[in-house]
Design a binder for this molecule. Structure first.
Ligand code: ZN
Length: 227
């Protein structure tokens, strides 16, 4: 298994900047090349490789902007590979709110949501699914991103009608999230993928996908009416 940056430094995802700095210093002391000069060449290379991984992890986690981008990245990877055991609830349209915690940040309340985005090109298209039990903010972050991608990349092939379907389904999932209250910390915070909910991000209507789709629609209507 590839370790993520938090695991490399041996800190929980909720670690403060001070805790991250401290963990990095401890690791750096442990892996410093001067301490391993008597080891075999192979081991020295291994220590040096580990040191560069740890430094890269520290560079990202010590910068608030890079850390929040990294949290978003690991969240998306997690949702792409989300366990299938909750699938039945999605396909069975179980809309009831649950006290279960968010898959990503451990906050509550949550809903089981399923977003998709479509990328189409002429005869080819690909639908990507991002699903899981999410709090309002993590859900909005994921759903708005998926919706924007579908609005940008879903129109360019014969799968165009499928994209309309995808957009309607995403809108329905986003509307369900509106019913949830603000996320509050759950009990399992230290074991979650990220320490706090992802930022909700801009509304779908303020993203480029919406503008591009609107322009496309206006052009299509004017082309049809001028036939
Ligand atoms: Zn969350």
């Amino acid at each position: 298994m590839v370790e993520n940056h938090y695991q490399l430094l041996g800190v929980p995802t909720s670690a403060t900047p001070e805790a991250i700095r401290h963990a990095y210093r401890e690791k750096a002391k442990e892996l410093h090349p001067d301490l391993h000069r008597s080891e075999s060449q192979e081991l020295q290379v291994a220590y040096s490789n580990q040191m560069s991984k740890v430094s890269q992890a520290y560079e990202i986690l010590s910068d608030p902007t890079k850390r929040s981008q990294y949290d978003q990245l690991i969240s998306q990877q997690l949702l792409l590979n989300s366990p299938a055991k909750d699938e039945a609830k999605v396909d069975g349209h179980n809309y009831s709110s649950s006290k279960d915690n968010c898959t990503l940040c451990g906050h509550a309340p949550t809903e089981m949501v399923n977003f998709r985005y479509l990328a189409g090109f002429f005869l080819f298209f690909k639908v990507t699914r991002l699903g899981g039990r999410l709090c309002r903010d993590c859900g909005r972050n994921t759903g708005r991103e998926a919706q924007n991608k579908s609005l940008l990349y879903g129109w360019w092939g014969y799968a165009l009608p499928i994209n309309i379907f995808v957009i309607i389904l995403n809108s329905r999932e986003l509307m369900r999230l509106r019913l949830l209250s603000s996320p509050t910390a759950g009990s399992k915070e230290s074991t979650t993928a990220i320490s706090k909910p992802l930022p909700s991000g801009r509304s779908t209507f303020l993203r480029p996908g919406f503008t591009i789709s609107l322009i496309g629609l206006v052009l299509a209507i004017s082309a049809i009416t001028h036939l």
